[in-house]
Design a protein around this ligand. Structure first.
Ligand code: SAH
Length: 382
């Protein structure tokens, strides 16, 4: 006979099996689990539909699922593995969520409404390892990749903020992290977003932004998806790019452009080049001319992003005149150009800014004030 042993509080705490986030599991996983407990296979689909289509945020609310199954689910699963740590609302129709993962790490995602478009911007990593000198996300390096479920939860939680019956129209993967450094989990999440059993979004409505990792760009091209690729260029020459995007020293601007050309050849999808305009550093007429020459002959699009000031960093926004001149010169070389609009001014809706502010109290502006007017942020919307 085994000796009777009462678990100590410490044993109880450490032996508690963490409940699994539903969206980290595949439809297949959930079906197997449901069947193993004596329920019909279709119940698994029903449960996923409750979360994906019917906006359920707990098992309890899944009223046409048998009570016994709901109880079993509740013992072993959670609908969401993340918690909303902060929800900011800006008067211009931008919502920002700061989500806390099960391990306490915090990630950001944003919903931007304009006319009839509902665009969301999502993160792929906690922090970022690319070290772009002007960006808040990478100031402390990268901590880890997000799981498929953590990426999907951003999409579903933001969608759940929309009025009933309305759906997301576009996704930009331009939040925290280097998207292509977490390609597998990102694609697994987007596959659910873009499948008819998932959110049914068209692949062409998804934009993946990357610092430009050549091998990963080619891997993405080979996956035979229709995602739009945005490459963060930020400089027309190797020397200047090395300064602004230090990872360029290992990669090289030429290799980035070659990989982007391959992406265009393989997919037929025109590549967008993002270019953050930093006053006096890369916004001069000579930079615009060099950019125009560098991209000439390509079927490319340039998206200029006036810099969003990050507390503690020494960079400044370009003047309206510098922006106008830059656009004119690049357009003069036959390249299409847009300037990104600023959204979410009141809520730090740019990469890593809100997380940083809440973690470090880097600014005196009250975070809860929806009308607080901090310097503009630009994310996602063109
Ligand atoms: N790692 C990906 C996603 C980054 S965020 C990438 O490099 O593309 C999306 C875009 O916002 C990038 O082009 C990034 O360089 C830019 N960005 C980051 N911080 C910014 C800031 N403070 N102001 C304006 N754009 C910024």
């Amino acid at each position: 006979m085994l000796p009777i042993h009462d678990a100590t509080p410490e044993e109880r705490r450490t032996s508690t099996i963490a409940r699994r986030p539903l969206l980290d599991a595949s439809a297949e996983d959930l079906r197997t689990w449901v069947e193993a407990r004596g329920h019909k296979a279709f119940r698994a689909r029903q449960v996923r539909q409750w979360v994906i289509d019917r906006r359920a945020e707990s098992f309890e609310g899944m009223t046409d699922v048998p009570l016994a199954l709901r109880r079993q689910l509740d013992e072993e699963w959670v609908v969401f593995g993340t918690k909303v740590a902060f929800h900011g609302v800006s008067p211009d129709g931008t919502d920002k969520l700061l989500l806390e993962c099960a391990d306490g790490k915090r990630i950001e995602c944003v919903l931007m409404a304009e006319d009839r478009r509902h665009t969301i911007c999502i993160s792929t990593q906690v922090g970022c390892g690319m070290g772009c000198v002007f960006c808040a996300s990478g100031l402390k390096g990268v901590e880890r990749n997000l799981s498929k479920g953590e990426i999907l939860e951003q999409v579903i939680r933001l969608r759940n903020l929309l009025p009933a019956g309305e759906s997301l129209t576009n996704i930009v993967v331009m939040g925290m992290g280097e998207s292509l450094a977490n390609l597998d989990n990102l694609i697994a999440a987007l596959d659910v977003v873009c499948s008819p059993e998932g959110l049914g979004m068209g692949q062409r409505r998804v934009t993946i932004s990357t610092v430009g990792l050549p091998a990963k760009i080619r891997e993405l091209a080979a996956l035979d998806r229709q995602y739009h690729l945005a490459v963060s260029l930020h400089a027309p020459t190797e020397a200047l790019r090395n300064e602004l995007v230090p990872v360029n020293e290992k990669i090289g601007l030429t290799a980035v452009l070659e990989a982007a050309d391959d992406y265009f050849r393989a997919t037929g999808r025109q590549v967008t080049y993002e270019y953050v305009l930093l006053h006096g550093l890369n916004d001069r007429p000579g930079d615009a001319e060099a950019l125009g020459s560098r991209l000439k002959g390509r079927k490319a699009h340039v998206n200029l992003i006036p810099y969003n000031p990050v507390a503690g960093l020494p960079f400044e926004r370009p003047t309206p005149e510098a922006i106008r001149r830059f656009v004119e010169i690049v357009r003069g070389r036959g390249i299409s150009v847009t300037v990104r609009k600023t959204k979410g001014r009141a809520i730090d809706a740019a990469c890593g800014q809100l997380r940083r502010r809440l973690d470090e109290s880097v600014s005196a502006v009250p975070i809860s004030a929806a009308t607080a007017d901090v310097p503009g942020t630009a994310i996602g919307i063109e």
